[in-house]
Design a protein around this ligand. Structure first.
Ligand code: ADP
Ligand code: MG
Length: 752
């Protein structure tokens, strides 16, 4: 159970953070650590920080031990009993331990010798999987370690107080590796580590001094072997900051690296396309639109590629901003590509762009749709237009980055919906033009500042907060079927009333048919739509046969069309299993008012713009994530009409699923929802399996909680890099950045 003999005993005391665990701990332990956590180096294991600390005097509630979980408890042996088994040969040793709140039985078969060390009064730490024997909790064959100093000579002995105060680190453990086994291995490493890392401390000394932080060695020692509580607290503060600093340094370096590539600066020409477009706009741009537009114009005017994210609520006017950027590029003779997450949205983007441009500008720019599902002849024509440079605006899905599409002079790529678009895809885009194009990403999912800094830290970020005037707002209600099953029919009546008043509506379902979850349009990340938005909440992807069937387009369509109230209402389905022609025709008919109610999956999630659509019913709303519900809701209330959004759910009040739905109904503020979402997910994490850690996950840093630390670290990282871009004079920081990036750069960068 302890570390086996190191391969090379002479190496003890001579290894660094980069040394292999095999050399430091021996092959068997190293293998177990790699299997459990993916750890390979001394640094990996030393970054396996305790999950919490137990005090010897602190009593764990034995009474409420969760069945089937691996637990680690500190307790005292109170009674030992050996008995022979009736049915089989052999003996059972039953050891009762207590922490003062409850009693737990440990059982050992044919290990009577243990009664020599497990004597009443012995104290120690016990670990095992909680089992149940005749209604009582027990641990069978637990691992344990008794405290040597369990029975100090005299209660007044000063060592008693020290002993009682020393916190015991409790590590994220697995069935194979108990907490104190990890503690022992880590202690071995700490003892054998060279006293000062040759590379030096990752946090510059001046920063440590000004922030009151510890040296890395000290922090590692105190986080793993604290003598008092204040030591591990100080250590955590240091290590958390260090983690944030390394992360931000990596992101800022990456951003700087992107800026070393040269590209063409794009300026609008006087009296050119952009000026003509601005003159034709039927409305004034909002202040935010002007400001963001200026930031983009400044970026485009530089001979280095723009990498900018524009976030703004649905309907805040991002498309206009993006179109103006495309026109600036067209003015300088270049082309722009607009990527939408689905074919429906690409087609719709093309229509609205053509509409906004008007006939003259459209003739000059030849906006062209280029998607995989175009008929061959049309597709060939579109490919030619892109390759010849005749089309200055090409609209498509992410497939546009595919190899077959070439551009005469691709100056700008606009990506609509950042959330479905990861670091890797951005990378592929940059390689697309002869020179790296400028990249503008749009997202309607507001991203809390700290997440943006962490996950999209390589992008510049602009925000449109102001909505164009004249929005009538959306009224949102939860329809709680768990408490009020009868309200379901009232939902359909309410929808029928909207239609009777001349409006249109959507009904959104999590699945296409019973047990067929919408995946066709989930975007490049694949997976069910509820996950594509980054929401772990949506359970749509994990069809649990035992659970309640998920509402589907097919079942809801059948349900509503059978209702007398719907006899005069024109209802049609829309989902990703339909061909793009069918989808397109349906959307057109809906936009033209020839369909009253669309029963759809999340294909309508983003960008669909039908001002007369005022009502939305989301069935099984708990199957969707917070940001997804918010996006869906943004489809209504776009014209001058007030929107109505009914979130139908059978989730139990108080459940996480229900909290998500309640949160969406409670506010229209996307930034607030993004924050709530993060918090709820955080909660899910605490309850979930992420305790086990792993190499490329964030360790002590939590984006929901540590915004200040992240912002602070970003400023420090910027200062360091400003002065020393290649980190030549900061070898300790450079070494940590390299260690983290070695792991798995994209995993590291995309972890929220
Ligand atoms: P987003 O892409 O952010 O969801 P859009 O650019 O599609 O928003 O704009 C939503 C609607 O608002 C469109 O019909 C657009 O023409 C209109 N719009 C955009 N900007 C303004 C503005 N400044 N004033 C009035 N209407 C605007
Ligand atoms: Mg849009």
């Amino acid at each position: 159970m302890t570390a086996d003999a190191p391969d090379d005993p002479a190496a003890v005391g001579r290894y660094t953070l980069d040394s292999r665990l095999t050399g430091a701990l021996g092959g068997r332990t190293a293998q177990a650590l790699e299997r459990a956590f993916g750890y390979r180096t001394v640094g990996d294991l030393l970054a396996h920080y305790p999950r919490r600390y137990a005090l010897r005097g602190e009593l764990t509630a034995l009474a409420s031990l969760p069945l089937d979980e691996n637990v680690t408890i500190v307790a005292e042996v109170i009674e030992v009993r050996e008995r022979t088994m009736k049915s089989r040969r052999g003996s059972i040793l039953e050891v009762k331990i207590s922490d003062g709140t409850g009693i737990l039985t440990l059982t050992f078969f044919n290990q009577a010798w243990r009664s020599r060390e497990l004597v009443p009064g012995a104290r120690g730490i016990f670990a095992g999987k909680v089992g149940d024997y005749r209604g009582a909790r027990q641990l069978a064959h637990p691992d344990y370690e008794l405290f040597d100093d369990a029975t100090p000579s005299s209660p007044t002995d000063p060592s008693v107080k020290r002993w009682a105060e020393a916190p015991i680190p409790i590590y994220p453990a697995t069935g194979a590796l108990a907490s104190w086994q990890l503690a022992k291995a880590i202690a071995l490493l700490l003892d054998g580590l060279e006293t000062a890392d040759a590379a030096g401390d990752p946090i510059p000394e001046a920063v440590r001094a000004s922030h009151g932080l510890l040296a890395q060695r000290r922090a590692l020692e105190q986080v793993h072997r604290p003598e008092v509580e204040s030591q591990w607290k100080a250590a955590r503060r240091t290590l958390r900051f260090s983690e944030a600093l390394v992360l931000q340094t990596a992101l800022l370096q990456r951003r700087a690296e992107l800026r070393t590539h040269a590209t063409t600066a794009r300026h609008p020409s006087p009296g050119g396309l952009l000026e003509r477009f601005d003159a034709s706009l039927p409305f004034e741009l909002t202040g935010d639109q002007v400001e963001v537009g200026q930031a983009i114009a400044d970026d485009l005017g530089e001979p280095v590629p723009m990498n900018r994210l524009v976030q703004g609520e649905v309907g805040s006017g991002k498309t206009v901003v993006a179109l103006r950027a495309m026109l600036a590029v067209a003015d300088s003779g270049g082309q722009a590509a607009l990527l939408a997450p689905t074919e429906v949205l690409a087609a719709q983007h093309l229509r609205s762009i053509a509409r906004m441009l008007g006939p003259d500008l459209s003739a000059a720019l030849v906006p062209t749709l280029l998607t995989g599902q175009l008929p061959a002849a049309e597709r060939r024509k579109a490919l030619l237009r892109a390759a010849a440079g005749q089309s200055r605006i090409v609209v498509g899905t992410h497939a546009l980055i595919g190899d077959t599409v070439s551009f005469a002079d691709l100056g700008l790529i606009v990506v609509d919906e950042q959330h479905r678009f990861g670091v890797e895809q951005r990378e592929a885009l940059r390689l697309k033009g002869r020179q790296p194009p400028h990249v503008l990403v749009l997202t309607a999912t507001p991203i809390p500042r700290t997440v943006a800094m962490t996950v999209f830290g390589d992008l510049d970020i602009s925000t449109i907060r102001e909505l164009p005037a004249g929005r009538a707002g959306i009224e949102s209600h939860v329809v709680p079927l768990a408490e009020r099953p009868g309200w379901r029919s009232r939902v359909w009546e309410r929808l029928a009333e909207e239609v009777a008043a001349g409006r249109q509506g959507f009904v959104v379902c999590p699945a296409i048919e019973a047990r067929v979850v919408e995946e066709a349009d989930a975007g490049p990340e694949g997976g069910a739509p509820a996950e594509a938005g980054g929401d772990r909440g949506g359970a749509a992807g994990s069809a649990d046969p035992a659970s309640r069937p998920v509402a589907s387009v097919a079942s809801v369509l059948a349900e509503v069309t059978a209702l007398p109230a719907f006899s005069d209402i024109r209802v049609a389905p829309l989902h990703g299993r339909m061909s793009s022609d069918e989808k397109d025709a349906t959307m057109r008919a809906f936009a033209a008012g020839e369909i009253d109610v669309l029963v759809a999956t999340t294909v309508i999630e983003v960008g669909v713009d039908v001002p007369n659509a005022s009502a939305m019913v989301v069935v099984d709303a708990d199957r969707f994530g917070v940001s997804q519900l918010h996006q869906l809701r943004g489809r209504v209330g776009r014209g001058g009409l007030p929107g109505l959004c009914l979130l139908v759910t059978a989730a139990e009040p108080g459940s996480l699923a229900r909290q998500r739905v309640d949160a969406v109904a409670a506010t229209l503020d996307g930034f607030e929802l993004a924050r709530v979402d993060l918090e709820l997910r955080q909660e899910g994490d605490v309850l979930g399996a992420t305790q086990s850690g792993g190499r490329s996950s964030l360790k002590l840093l939590r984006v929901a909680r540590d915004g200040d630390v992240i912002a602070d670290a970003r400023a420090v990282a910027a200062g360091v890099l400003d002065d020393d871009p290649s980190l030549q004079r900061h070898p300790g920081l450079a070494a940590e950045v390299r260690r983290r990036l070695d792991d798995d750069a994209t995993g590291f960068l995309s972890k929220g």
